[in-house]
Design a protein around this ligand. Structure first.
Ligand SMILES: NC(=O)c1ccc[n+]([C@@H]2O[C@H](COP(=O)([O-])OP(=O)(O)OC[C@H]3O[C@@H](n4cnc5c(N)ncnc54)[C@H](O)[C@@H]3O)[C@@H](O)[C@H]2O)c1
Length: 431
């Protein structure tokens, strides 16, 4: 996204660009939601190599925002054709993030890019270098932590309500042989697929947000579900994904997966806390989901982002604390202005009753507004290239340890000393 109708060095931000698969469409709805409260962007062009997807999104933008963005099926063509562009919202599939972001940054545009920041750490480092060289903002569209219930959990942890965090358990097991969102790239290692990277990067961001830096990781990983199928899309996501075209599933009902789908990891934080992270999308039985932080004074059951259900705190000898009782423990907490606008005021909340679509749009709107304010003021966006890279590094620490069978230091993954799993991904993408 960016500033339209102005020179690229102006200090105001009023335009944007989307792209148009599933998440690009969600970002357009986020922009529509943002416009209710803040007039930060104008959507001047959309680009998808599948032009019909871009046309579909342009139609929705025209109806809801009152202006039809120009449609392109080639990013470089868009860059040279639209001289009013100031920023780009990159929500193409993961293996494309770095090439699109680098081209945009080199052209002097600000960039917000979907998570995971890049398909490997090498891709992330290239993006980092391009942003530094261009002196432009690079933000990561990490939405989970922006849920006001995750903000409440963080405030409670920081206030020491459960004492010193000692242990975290983070378990997410479910799925089967159906591919997430019917997107074939999610099966393929070279395209940034696999549950551990695609979904685990959200877990990684939240763990780092809540508990601070990670020192080391040991993991066992596998590809357990080798043939993945095209299936129906969940009702929540129908409206976002029904228009997209898939490059594999247009001719086949199955795809052979090579990206890791299962990981069991143990990680040690700089604080001394330890975490057990277990993720798999290969269990067709009941879904098992658990996220807890155990401290020296008590336990917190962590909120699932976008669920509307806030944290629960258990202290020895007391009834579990929920809702208003938790707000009383952080009397000085307030929600920032963009969050307050979308969630009914600056007073923190401990639950909400919005539909998935409503909360999803609100969180995208909040991350876009953070991006706009970073551009306008020159401050860093909340999830900047450092934070984006650290989350990718934590996920790759799991995958690298699983590949080599030995514990890895996070800093070695960050700087590329450990990169066995990523090597073929870098080679296939010419990174
Ligand atoms: N934050 C979240 O909650 C969340 C949720 C799902 C996906 N994502 C991320 O969003 C990104 C997109 O995921 P998706 O599910 O929308 O995938 P998708 O396949 O539905 O959409 C990606 C679109 O990008 C287009 N595209 C790919 N490369 C392109 C290029 N070089 N030029 C122009 N168009 C190009 C494709 O044609 C496709 O329409 C991924 O990085 C994914 O990890 C984030």
């Amino acid at each position: 996204m960016g500033r339209r109708g102005r020179r690229r060095d102006d200090d105001d931000s009023q335009s944007g660009v989307g792209r148009c698969g599933g998440v690009p469409f969600r970002h357009t709805y986020g922009l529509i939601e943002l416009r209710k409260y803040f007039d930060s962007f104008r959507l001047v062009a959309v680009c998808d190599r599948n032009e019909s997807a871009a046309e579909h999104v342009a139609g929705v933008a025209e109806r809801e925002l009152g202006e039809r963005p120009a449609v392109f099926d080639d990013f470089d063509t868009m860059l040279s054709a639209v001289d009013s562009l100031d920023a780009v919202d990159v929500a193409a599939d993961t293996a494309s993030h770095h090439t699109i972001a680098e081209a945009a940054l080199r052209a002097g545009l600000h960039v917000i890019v979907e998570k995971p920041m890049g398909v490997t750490l090498k891709a992330c480092r290239r993006m980092y270098g391009a942003a530094a060289a261009a002196g432009r903002t690079l933000a990561i569209a990490e939405n989970y932590r922006r849920d006001p219930l995750c903000r409440l959990a963080k405030a409670l942890l920081d206030a020491g309500v459960i004492g010193e965090p000692r242990l975290a358990l983070d378990v997410s097991v479910g799925g089967g042989d159906a591919l997430m969102h019917n997107t074939s790239w999610r099966a393929l290692r070279s395209r940034g697929g696999g549950f551990i990277l695609e979904q685990g990067v959200h877990n990684a961001d939240l763990l780092l947000y809540y508990l601070g830096e990670v020192e080391s990781v040991f993991a066992e990983t596998s590809v357990l579900e080798k043939t993945l199928r095209r299936r129906g899309i969940s009702a929540d996501l129908q409206s976002f994904y029904s228009h997209r075209a898939d490059d594999v599933f247009s001719t086949s009902e199955t795809i052979e997966a090579d990206a890791v789908d299962t990981g069991v990891a143990v990680m040690k934080f700089r604080s001394g806390a330890v975490c057990q992270l277990t993720m798999s999308r290969t269990s067709p039985g009941s879904h098992t989901s658990l996220a807890t932080v155990h401290g020296s004074l008590g336990t917190m059951v962590m909120p699932a982002s976008r669920s509307g259900i806030g944290p629960t705190v258990m202290l020895e000898g007391r009834e579990p604390l929920r809702g208003e009782a938790l707000l009383e423990l952080v009397p000085d907490m307030t929600l920032d202005e963009p969050t307050a606008a979308h969630f009914g005021g600056s007073r923190p909340i401990a639950s909400y009753g919005m539909s998935f679509e409503e909360v999803d749009r609100a969180l995208v709107a909040i991350e876009l507004e953070d991006f706009a304010r970073a551009i306008r003021t020159g401050r860093r966006p909340e999830v900047d290239q450092e934070a984006g890279m650290r989350a990718v590094a934590l996920v790759y620490a799991v995958l690298e340890s699983g590949e080599t069978g030995v514990p890895v230091k996070l800093r070695d993954v960050m700087d590329g000393t450990v990169a066995e799993y990523q090597r073929s991904v870098d080679e296939e993408n010419d990174i």
